[in-house]
Design a protein around this ligand. Structure first.
Ligand code: DAH
Length: 341
C-alpha cells in the first residue's frame, strides 16, 4: 500500500509538470490544480487510503504527501509565473502584441480612370450624356459608315487587329457615333469614353491599347462656332482659364470641314518648351462637322440635321495633367507609380 500511494503521487506530479509546462492560460492551470488537490482530486482521495497503510509505513507516506504538496505548489507557481511573463510581453495564445501590425494598402484610382471621370463630369455639365459601344466592332461601324475609303491605310491589317470572322478591335471611339445615331433620333448630345486598339510599336507616346473620348452633337443648325465654344469650355475646365485653344484645318473622312485642335502649352504657358516642341501649342485631337454622307449612312436627313464630332486621346490628357513623360507608365502597373495618384 505504501509504495502504491507514493508511486501514484509521483506519477501524477510528473504528468502535471509536463502538462503545466505547456499550459497556455490560467484555466488550464486551475484545471490541473483541481484534479490534484481539489476536494475530489487525487491527493484527498489518496489521503483517504491512509487508514489502509501499515502503522510503521505511515510516517514515510506522510512525508511523501508533504513533499508532494510542496513540489506541486512549485509546479503551479512556475506555470503561473511563465504565463505572467508572456502576458507582459504580449505573447498570449495566437496574439503577439509586439508585432508591428498590418499595413493595409489603400488602392487609388488609375490616372486614366481619373481623367475619364473628369472629362465626363465636364461634358455632363454641358448637357452631354455617356454612350458606350463594344471594343470588338464591325468593319462597317469602324470604317465604312464613317466614310472611310476602302483603300484607307488605317484599314491595313498591319495597323488594325482583325478577327477571323472579319470583325476588328475598334481603332477609335468614332463607331459609337454610328451606333448612337442608328438607334436614336436627333437631337443627340453624347460623349463616349473607351478603349481603342492599334498595331503600333510601343514607345514613349504609343501603346497598342489606349483610350479616347468621343463627342457627338447633332441638332438643327449646329455650327463650327458651337464646336469651338464647347472645346474652349472643356479646355478651361480641365486645365484652367489661362489655356487658349486653336483650330487648324485638317482632314478626317467622317467630318467636313475637319480640324485639329490644340491647347496652348500648359507647361510653358505658350512660350515654347520641350513638351510643346518649342511651338507653344499642344495637339489635343481631331474634330469637325459631321460629314453629310455619315448622316445619310445612318438615315438622318442632312438637309435638316447637322452636328459636330470630336475625339481625343485620354492618355495624352493624363500625361499632360500629371506630367508623365512616357505612356508606358500607364500600362505597367508599377505600384510605385500608381500610388502617387
Ligand atoms: N477618330 C479620330 C482618330 O482616332 C479622332 C477624331 C477626329 C474623332 C475627328 C472625331 C472627329 O469625332 O470628328 O484619329
Amino acid at each position: 500500500m505504501k509504495n502504491s500511494i507514493i508511486n501514484q503521487i509521483n506519477t501524477a506530479l510528473d504528468a502535471a509538470e509536463v502538462n503545466l509546462a505547456k499550459a497556455d492560460n490560467d484555466q488550464e492551470i486551475e484545471a490541473v490544480r483541481i484534479a490534484i488537490v481539489g476536494r475530489k482530486g487525487l491527493f484527498p482521495a489518496l489521503s483517504g487510503e491512509m487508514k489502509n497503510v501499515l502503522p510503521e509505513d505511515r510516517k514515510a507516506v506522510g512525508i511523501a504527501f508533504n513533499q508532494g504538496k510542496q513540489r506541486f505548489q512549485k509546479i503551479i507557481d512556475a506555470a503561473t509565473e511563465r504565463l505572467q511573463q508572456q502576458d507582459d510581453t504580449g505573447e498570449t495564445a495566437g496574439i503577439d502584441l509586439s508585432l508591428p501590425g498590418r499595413q493595409w494598402q489603400r488602392g487609388t484610382k488609375h490616372p486614366v480612370s481619373k481623367i475619364i471621370d473628369d472629362c465626363v463630369a465636364i461634358f455632363r455639365r454641358m448637357g452631354f450624356i455617356v454612350a458606350e459601344g463594344p471594343e470588338m466592332e464591325s468593319v462597317y461601324n469602324n470604317f465604312d459608315a464613317l466614310n472611310t475609303p476602302a483603300d484607307h491605310p488605317s484599314r491595313d491589317p498591319g495597323d488594325t487587329f482583325y478577327f477571323a470572322d472579319g470583325r476588328l478591335l475598334r481603332t477609335q471611339t468614332s463607331p459609337v457615333q454610328i451606333r448612337v445615331m442608328e438607334s436614336q433620333e436627333p437631337p443627340i448630345r453624347i460623349v463616349a469614353p473607351g478603349r481603342c486598339f492599334r498595331r503600333d510599336t510601343p514607345d514613349a507616346t504609343h501603346s497598342m491599347n489606349f483610350h479616347q473620348i468621343e463627342g457627338l452633337y447633332i441638332d438643327r443648325q449646329v455650327s463650327l462656332a458651337d464646336l469651338k465654344s464647347i472645346l474652349q469650355t472643356f479646355a478651361h475646365e480641365l486645365f484652367g482659364p489661362q489655356v487658349s485653344i486653336r483650330l487648324r484645318p485638317h482632314f478626317f473622312p467622317f467630318t467636313e470641314p475637319s480640324v485639329e485642335y490644340d491647347f496652348s502649352c500648359i507647361m510653358c504657358k505658350g512660350k515654347g518648351c520641350g513638351v510643346c516642341k518649342q511651338s507653344g501649342w499642344l495637339e489635343i485631337a481631331g474634330a469637325g462637322m459631321v460629314d453629310p454622307q455619315v448622316l445619310h449612312n445612318v438615315g438622318y436627313d442632312p438637309a435638316e440635321w447637322s452636328g459636330f464630332a470630336f475625339g481625343m486621346g485620354i492618355e495624352r490628357l493624363a500625361m499632360l495633367r500629371y506630367r508623365i513623360n512616357d505612356i508606358r507608365f500607364l500600362y505597367e502597373n508599377d505600384v510605385r507609380f500608381l500610388e502617387q495618384f
